[in-house]
Design a protein. Structure first.
Length: 252
């Protein structure tokens, strides 16, 4: 007998800027707050969730079994199967695809799936510390750069590959800048028209001044459109990819 898969609820956090409003909260705890909201929106008991599948690429310092943490922090049953997927750069989409497959195969009836990252909280690594540094100056390596933003084989930054794509498909600097500006303006327009209110789960953050409710994406409100065409290439001297038209470093 054929089966169909339905999405009955969908939520996300606001998207926090690098080092911004959400940087004090781990990816697992950000995700847990959204999972709790999704269960409430779906109107089901938490113990009906058979499986949770969460994508997470930058897992350093998250602790053991990130998806299981999300399940427990969200109040799901310990009988709920939990799996973490690490797939650059589409772990969240892969989680949703695997969730659909799980239902179609009859392995589960109710599955929660999504992705989570806190790029702000990725630590630096002290490689020599495990067995002791014997002599000379030691250095730290950036976990964000190593595990998320650099090719494991050539050590080239992801932006270098964006440059290769731009060259291959003849996408010029002006076209990239215009697309970035258009994207930010669409986001601004959507927020001004309250288009995102139903999908964004506000996050309460503890600060020195008390609790702060973060309910809106950060990045779009910080953009200076006039400066975008003036920025220098970030990855190649005569390149076209800049800090503004490249993908953002963010949390959510």
């Amino acid at each position: 007998m054929s089966k169909s898969v339905f999405i009955v609820a969908a939520k996300r956090t606001p998207i926090g800027s690098f080092g911004g409003a959400l940087s004090s909260i781990s990816a697992t705890k950000l995700a847990a707050r959204v999972v709790r909201a999704v269960v409430d929106e779906a109107g089901i008991a938490s113990d009906l969730v058979d499986e949770i599948i969460m994508g997470a690429v930058l897992q350093a310092d998250l602790g053991q079994a990130p998806a299981r943490q999300v399940a427990r922090f969200a109040g799901l049953s310990d009988h709920t199967t939990a799996t973490t997927i690490n797939k650059v750069c589409a772990s969240g989409m892969k989680a949703i695809a695997v969730a659909a497959q799980s239902i179609l195969l009859g392995d589960a009836d109710v599955v929660i799936a999504g992705g989570m990252e806190s790029m702000s909280r990725v630590p630096y690594y002290a490689d020599a510390m495990r067995w002791g540094a014997k002599f000379g100056a030691q250095s730290l390596s950036d976990g964000l750069q190593r595990d998320g933003l650099s090719d494991a084989y050539s050590n080239d930054a992801m932006g270098v590959f964006a440059e290769l794509c731009a060259e291959k498909y003849h996408i010029g600097r002006e076209e990239q800048d215009n697309y970035a500006i258009s994207s930010y303006k669409r986001s601004l327009d959507a927020w001004q028209k309250n288009k995102f209110l139903s999908e964004v789960q506000p996050i309460t953050v503890q600060s020195r001044k008390g609790e702060v409710l973060v309910s809106r994406d950060e990045e779009f409100s910080q953009v200076n459109f006039d400066k975008i065409p003036e920025l220098k290439p970030a990855f190649k001297k005569e390149g076209t990819v800049t800090a503004a038209n490249a993908s953002t470093i963010s949390d959510g």
